[in-house]
Design a protein around this ligand. Structure first.
Ligand code: PLP
Length: 428
């Protein structure tokens, strides 16, 4: 499909393109395996000499159609689906890092990614330095090491709602000869395409707005094709030198701009296995069809609710990039001119206890470990998603103990506001 189509059109039309007599709707290829005529044909697939499906742990046609749609939405050259957003971030980093390497990440990244980098990947020998996303480029440079292999951040941080200065982080990464990986989950490609600002790899928890209906856990990785791996081949031997597990294939030489996603698919998926179920990919595709419509409503509602909270006598503070008083308003105007997302974080004057009392009184909004959904929902990050963090880490992550993360859905804004209002009154 031509890149000239608008995002709304890509949401509906891209991915599955049926030929004569084929189903109009993306079929679910509910099959672990694919048939060939001879063992030799199959052997060529195993040697990466021919392309084709053979086992759904590596690739599945339903998944590939949905990945192609996400790829086009982001303006990338290649993409893959993963079983979760966690798997997407893990693979995106592990595809170019090994024991002895180092990652620089924004301190405000989602708690799960923070644990992945600071606890689990550390055990694998990959170190991480977290940096203040608002620090100057000069300050940020101090975190870079000779073994740093990538820089990582979130377009809009969950739940601190910090808007990443993508150009600054891209400059930091590129002057060091490494890629910038951006988790674009909250903004979605409808509101921001990080590649247009210098990011090299984009990841998603498709569990959030992309699915949008709280039906499927999933993730995606998209490659811009812009990073020149060969120019820095000493830093990226996994991509630029022969892979013994494929009889000496060198990904950059054999797959060009497809090298990064091909390696993640044929090597990481093969060995670690985190494929998205084709049935989930099918459901994700239905969610993607209305992504542009939903994001518009999420942003309209988010703005109205943020303004209501900002003017409420019981509210101590509100974070939402669409508020002119917000610290990230200017960056939001630059990177997210059409709106940020439906997620707002706020604190009540009564502190953590008032927050818990108020949340218990909500009737429309539900308390769930979820965010970025069609239904309005709330969560108290300090006692849930960010529970493992120390006081100091919580502060660095921008998570105050009293913070309520409110994910504004696509119901009527008046009903959401009325629910919040009654809950705050009852919680007095
Ligand atoms: N990235 C961000 C920004 C998230 O908010 C989340 C989950 O909340 C993840 C990654 C992890 O995604 P998943 O829950 O699909 O594994």
């Amino acid at each position: 499909m031509s890149k000239t189509y608008a995002r709304e059109t890509i949401c509906i039309q891209s991915g599955w393109k049926p030929k004569k007599g084929e189903p109009r709707i993306l079929p679910v290829y509910q099959s672990t395996t694919f048939k060939y005529e001879t063992s030799a044909q199959m052997g060529e697939l195993f040697d990466l000499q021919a392309s084709g499906y053979f086992y759904s742990r590596l690739q599945n046609p339903t998944n590939d159609c949905v990945a192609a749609k996400i790829c086009e939405l982001e303006g990338g050259v290649a993409a893959m689906l993963t079983s979760s957003g966690q798997a997407a971030n893990y693979y995106a980093i592990f595809n170019i890092c090994e024991a002895g390497d180092h990652v620089v990440a924004s301190s405000t990244i989602y708690g799960g990614t923070f644990n992945l980098l600071l606890v689990t990947m550390k055990k694998m020998g990959i170190d991480c330095t977290v940096v203040d996303p608002d620090a100057s480029l000069e300050e940020l440079r101090k975190a870079m090491q000779s073994n740093t292999k990538c820089v990582f951040g979130e377009t809009i941080a969950n739940p601190a709602l910090v808007v990443l200065d993508i150009e600054k982080f891209a400059a930091l990464a590129h002057e060091h000869g490494v890629p910038l990986i951006v988790d674009n989950t909250f903004a979605t490609p409808i509101n921001c395409r990080p590649f247009e600002w210098g990011a090299d790899i984009v990841t998603h928890s498709t569990t959030k707005y992309m699915d949008g209906h709280a039906m499927t856990v999933g993730g995606a990785i998209v490659d811009s094709g812009n990073f020149d791996w060969e120019k820095y081949r000493d830093k990226f031997p996994g991509l630029c030198t022969p892979d013994a597990s494929y009889h000496g294939v060198t990904y950059t030489q054999s797959f060009g701009k497809g090298a990064y996603i091909t390696k993640a698919t044929v090597q990481l998926m093969r060995d670690l296995g985190s494929i998205q179920a084709p049935q989930n990919a099918f459901l994700l595709n239905i969610g993607l069809e209305t992504l542009a419509l939903r994001m518009e409503r999420h942003c309209q509602n988010g703005q109205k609710v943020a303004e209501f909270l900002a003017g409420h006598s019981k509210v101590a503070w509100v974070k939402y990039p669409g508020l002119t008083s917000d610290k990230y308003y200017e960056l939001g105007q630059k990177y997210l001119p059409d709106g940020s997302c439906g997620v707002i974080s706020f604190g009540l004057k009564g502190g953590r206890e008032a927050a818990e009392r108020m949340m218990n009184e909500l009737q429309l909004a539900s308390i769930v470990t979820h965010v970025a959904d069609a239904r309005t929902c709330v969560l108290h990050p300090a006692s849930t998603t960010h529970r493992q963090m120390t006081e100091e880490q919580l502060k660095e992550a921008g998570v105050a103990p009293e913070m309520i993360r409110l994910s504004v859905g696509i119901e009527h804004a008046d009903d959401i506001i009325a629910d919040l209002d009654q809950a705050m009154t009852k919680a007095e």
